[in-house]
Design a protein around this ligand. Structure first.
Ligand code: ADP
Ligand code: ASP
Ligand code: MG
Length: 417
């Protein structure tokens, strides 16, 4: 019998009425003959509220207790959905991460799944019971609840799909697939039928929060057929019935994509900050003197630009960090001033990284040049640039985010007619 994982995000389980609609989506698949494991997120806004409570209790706090608090949102929705399913006459029960168990590493607050024992789930599924699993959580090596980082229920879903050898993992959300860019910012964005794993990895890590990055990695490594689809459609719509071709976006291998575009999508990440160190010595060991202390403070440095030295003795070094780490980075650099040896430091907050992504860029020249020209035409100043084989990232002032995304979306012919 075919097996399915269905994951429902926060807006899909936002209240009891929405949970009832989710139950009807689950019933549709049960009636179609699937064994179903469901993964749920917390009700929308709940995780933010729980996080804010931990901060209010103490700005610096024990990450294990943070996890004990924030994992509770998913516990609530797993129980509520099991109740709604039982109310419809469907045999169902809830599972917390520790009950399966889903084993994680010890990085509380941003843990990675290391192992899932799917045997008990499979046993129940084969008896005809629907498993409703609390997403976003597992059990750390210290036998305490560990959460998987924001957006982590996507990863729970794909990991469970791999563990129970599901035929498909459907990620239900508030949009009906992956679009050429965030459809909430660009109404002309187009839904993509298929996206390659490589492109989806770039889009997710560069800001498209529709899937957590780690879930895409797992789908790629374990060959989990993953669809992104909408829970905001009528569960009884007969158009949803084709078991092999559900409406939505399939995340797949590159060779499954017939029509390859040069540019597939545009992503953006707000809340970036930039720091420039002026007149650091232009000699071996300086980059290490700057970036080792930042790494030791767990600060993620992203784009790095080092200017060519004019006089052969000093140079300027510019890099970006998340806005939330700006103050800490500033402090670390002040403490390391003697060992680095810069004359001054400048910083800007409220920046955005806009990225152009496409596997077709491997074989096409001039994609970056046309982006720079188009942004210049709109008077948008570029602060830093990084590129890889299949993406270009451009750092700009946050005030221009929407203009830049729309300009690039049109430039590469992605606008819907
Ligand atoms: P969920 O709560 O279901 O996990 P998320 O809010 O995490 O949902 O992700 C869905 C959101 O991702 C959409 O509402 C949309 O605004 C945003 N998004 C950003 N980029 C894209 C994209 N390229 N395609 C689709 N959605 C996107
Ligand atoms: N509830 C968690 C969050 O808001 C996990 C998820 O929704 O995927 O980050
Ligand atoms: Mg999400």
């Amino acid at each position: 019998m075919a097996r399915l994982v269905m994951k429902f995000g926060g807006t899909s389980v936002a209240d009891i009425d929405r949970i009832r609609i989710v139950a009807r989506h689950v019933k549709r698949e049960v009636d179609a003959g699937f064994q179903v494991a469901v993964v749920v997120s917390a009700m929308s806004g709940k995780t933010n509220e729980l996080v804010s409570w931990t901060r209010a209790a103490a700005p610096m706090h024990d990450a294990r207790e943070y996890d004990a608090v924030v994992a509770s949102g998913e516990q609530v929705t797993s129980g509520l959905l099991a109740i709604a399913l039982q109310e419809m006459g469907i045999n169902a029960r809830s599972w917390q991460g520790w009950q399966i168990p889903i084993r994680t590493d010890g990085a509380h607050g941003a843990a990675r799944i290391v192992d899932i024992d799917g045997s008990r789930l499979i046993e129940r599924l084969e008896q005809g019971q629907v498993a409703v699993v609390a997403g976003f959580q597992g059990l750390g090596p210290d036998n305490r609840i560990a959460t998987l980082g924001r957006g982590g229920s996507d990863t729970s879903a794909v990991a469970i799909a791999a563990a129970i050898k599901a035929d498909r993992c459907d990620i239900y959300t508030d949009v009906d697939g992956v679009y050429t860019t965030d459809p909430r910012m660009v109404p002309k964005a187009k839904r993509l039928d298929r996206v390659s794993h490589e492109e989806m990895l770039e889009m997710a890590s560069l800001g498209a929060k529709v899937l957590q990055v780690r879930s895409v990695e797992l789908a790629m490594v374990h060959g989990v057929r993953t669809f992104v689809r909408s829970s905001f459609v009528d569960p009884e719509d007969p158009g949803l019935a084709d078991p092999n071709n559900p409406p939505g976006t399939l995340i797949c291998d590159e060779d499954e994509i017939v029509e390859k575009q040069v540019v597939t999508g545009i992503a953006y990440a707000k809340d970036e900050a930039q720091i420039s160190l002026r007149e650091v010595a232009d000699k071996p060991g300086v980059a290490a003197a700057v970036f080792v202390p930042l790494a030791e403070a767990n600060i993620n440095v992203d784009m790095i630009v080092q200017n060519v030295s004019e006089d052969g003795t000093t140079t300027d070094m510019t890099f970006t960090v998340p806005n939330t780490d700006f103050d800490r980075a500033w402090k670390v650099l002040a403490e390391a001033r003697d060992s680095i040896g810069y004359t001054s430091v400048q910083g800007s907050r409220d920046l955005t990284k806009v990225s152009v992504i496409g596997i077709g860029m491997r074989s096409h020249a001039g994609v970056a040049a046309s982006a720079f020209k188009a942004l210049a035409g709109k008077g948008i100043n570029i602060r830093a640039i990084t590129t890889s084989e299949i993406k270009i990232s451009i750092l700009i002032d946050a005030a221009y985010t929407e203009l830049a995304v729309r300009t690039l979306h049109s430039l590469y012919g992605l606008d819907a007619a």
